[in-house]
Design a protein around this ligand. Structure first.
Ligand SMILES: NC(=O)c1ccc[n+]([C@@H]2O[C@H](COP(=O)([O-])OP(=O)(O)OC[C@H]3O[C@@H](n4cnc5c(N)ncnc54)[C@H](O)[C@@H]3O)[C@@H](O)[C@H]2O)c1
Length: 421
C-alpha cells in the first residue's frame, strides 16, 4: 500500500470514482493551473519537500494538491472547515498519492486532531486557509516548526491572524498574503463569493430571491459580490457597515445603507460577510420577520451569534438539508443555513472553477516563491510579488483568447516623465 493510502484518515475509500470525475471536471476548467502543472512537472520545484495544505477539501483544492504533488512534493491535506469536506474527493486524492486527513462533519475534537496529524508530517511548506495550521504550529506544537521554510495564506481572516502574530513578534517563518493579490480578491472574493453564495442559498432553500429584501453585512470584496448578485436576482439590497467609506461606496453603488438594528426589521435574507463576530445577535433576532433566512459567508461561524439564537429559542429542528428552524418564544421562526458556516462551501461547491483557477495559480506560484526566497524574506507576512500577480492575469487572458495593447516607447516615456506634458 502507498504511504498516502496507509496513513490517510478519510470516510470511505470506495467513493474514489465519483471524486475522480469531480476533479476531472474542474481540471478541464482550470487552464492557468494546467499551465503551471506542466511547468512544475518539468522543473520539479518541490522535489524532496513536504507540503501541508489546509483548505476546503473539494475538487478544486484537490487539483491544487495534485499540482503541488506533480511538482515533486509529498503532500498532506486537511479541511479548513468541518462541513466543506467532500468525502468522494478525499478518496480520489488518496488514490492519486496524496495523504488526506479529512472527512465530512467530524466532531470538533476530531477536526482538530486531523489538523494536528497533518502537521505531524513535519512540512517544509504550508498552504493555509484561515490560519489554523500556522496558529496550531506556533501556539501548541512548536516542536514541529524547525524545518518549516514558509507558506501562503488564502483568506482575509487568516491574514488578520497572521498579521497579529507578526505584530506580537511571534511569527517564525514567512507567509505570503495570497488573499491580497489582485488576482485573488478582485475575482475570488468578489465574483466567486457573489456567485457561489447565492448558488449555496438557492440550492439549499429553493425559494425566490426576486422582490425580497436582502441584507448584506460588510461591504468588503465579499460583500460587494454578494450584494451585486443579489441585485441581479431581483432583490432589494441593504448594506450594513462599520466603515464610513465602505458604507458611502455601497450607497453610491446604489444600495440602501442602514444599521443592522434597522435592517433586521425588514430583511428576508441576511448574509454576513464581514470577517467579524456577532454582526447578527439577540437584539436583531428580537425584531426580525417571521421566516427570515440567515446565512454566513465569512470564514468563521461567529458572524451570526448562534448561542444567543439557541438561548432565545423554544425549539429547533432540521427542516431541510442544511436548514435549521429556530422557533422563538413568540412563535416566529428563523432559519439558519449550514449552521452559520460559510454557506457557499458548507451548502454548495464553493467558488466556480474558473475563479479558483486564478486563486490557486497564485497559491502554487507563491509557494514556489517562498521556498526560493524564505531566507531573505524572514519571518514576515509579505505580498505576492506583482510579477506573479501579473503573470496569472496574463495566463488567464491567454486562456480566454484575449490580447491587450502594449505601451509604445513614447507612451512609456510620457508616463515616466514629470516635465510639462
Ligand atoms: N465564502 C467565501 O468563499 C469567502 C471568500 C473570500 C473571503 N471570505 C471571508 O469573508 C470575510 C470577509 O472577507 P472580505 O475579503 O470581504 O473582507 P474585507 O476586509 O474586504 O471586508 C470586510 C468588511 O466588513 C466590514 N465589517 C466589519 N465588521 C462589521 C460589522 N460588525 N458589521 C458590518 N460590517 C462590518 C468591514 O468594515 C469591511 O468593509 C472574511 O472572513 C474572509 O475570510 C469568504
Amino acid at each position: 500500500m502507498s504511504r498516502a493510502a496507509d496513513e490517510s484518515i478519510i470516510a470511505d475509500r470506495t467513493l474514489a470514482p465519483e471524486g475522480r470525475l469531480k476533479i476531472d471536471w474542474v481540471r478541464a476548467h482550470m487552464p492557468v493551473l494546467n499551465r503551471i502543472r506542466e511547468r512544475f512537472e518539468r522543473e520539479q520545484p518541490f522535489k524532496g519537500l513536504r507540503v501541508a495544505i489546509c483548505l476546503h477539501v473539494e475538487a478544486k483544492t484537490a487539483y491544487l494538491a495534485q499540482v503541488i504533488h506533480a511538482g515533486g512534493a509529498e503532500v498532506a491535506i486537511t479541511g479548513s472547515n468541518p462541513l466543506s469536506t467532500q468525502d468522494d474527493v478525499c478518496a480520489a486524492l488518496v488514490e492519486s498519492g496524496i495523504t488526506v486527513f479529512a472527512k465530512y462533519n467530524p466532531d470538533p475534537r476530531e477536526y482538530k486532531e486531523l489538523l494536528v496529524r497533518t502537521l505531524e508530517m513535519r512540512p517544509h511548506l504550508i498552504i493555509d486557509d484561515g490560519g489554523d495550521l500556522v496558529t496550531i504550529l506556533h501556539a501548541e506544537r512548536p516542536d514541529l516548526i524547525d524545518q518549516v521554510r514558509g507558506g501562503a495564506e488564502e483568506t482575509t481572516t487568516g491574514l488578520l491572524r497572521l498579521r497579529a502574530m507578526e505584530r506580537d513578534g511571534k511569527l517564525r517563518f514567512p507567509m505570503v498574503a495570497v488573499n491580497d493579490a489582485y488576482c485573488k480578491y478582485l475575482f475570488d472574493n468578489r465574483y466567486g463569493t457573489g456567485q457561489s453564495v447565492w448558488d449555496g442559498i438557492n440550492r439549499t432553500t429553493n425559494l425566490v430571491v426576486a422582490g425580497k429584501t436582502v441584507v448584506v453585512a460588510g461591504y468588503g470584496w465579499g460583500g460587494k459580490g454578494g450584494a451585486m448578485r443579489a441585485r441581479g436576482l431581483g432583490a432589494r439590497v441593504i448594506v450594513t457597515e462599520v466603515d464610513a467609506i465602505k458604507a458611502t461606496e455601497a450607497y453610491m453603488d446604489g444600495f440602501d445603507v442602514m444599521t443592522m438594528r434597522e435592517a433586521a426589521k425588514v430583511g428576508d435574507y441576511f448574509v454576513t460577510v464581514s470577517g467579524n463576530r456577532d454582526c447578527i445577535r439577540g437584539e436583531h433576532y428580537e425584531v426580525m420577520k417571521n421566516g427570515a433566512i440567515l446565512a454566513n459567508a465569512g470564514h468563521f461561524d461567529v458572524e451570526i451569534n448562534k448561542p444567543e439564537l439557541e438561548a432565545m429559542s423554544v425549539s429547533r429542528r432540521t427542516v431541510r438539508r442544511n436548514i435549521e428552524e429556530f422557533r422563538l418564544k413568540d412563535g416566529r421562526v428563523l432559519y439558519l443555513l449550514a449552521e452559520g458556516r460559510l454557506v457557499n462551501l458548507a451548502a454548495g461547491d464553493g467558488h466556480p472553477a474558473e475563479i479558483m483557477d486564478m486563486s490557486f495559480a497564485l497559491q502554487a506560484m507563491a509557494l514556489k516563491y517562498v521556498n526560493e526566497h524564505h531566507g531573505e524574506i524572514g519571518p514576515r507576512v509579505v505580498n505576492v510579488p506583482y510579477g506573479i500577480d501579473e503573470q496569472v492575469a496574463r495566463l488567464k487572458l491567454e486562456s480566454l483568447g484575449k490580447s491587450i495593447d502594449t505601451l509604445s516607447p513614447g507612451q512609456k516615456e510620457y508616463l515616466d516623465s514629470w516635465a510639462a506634458h
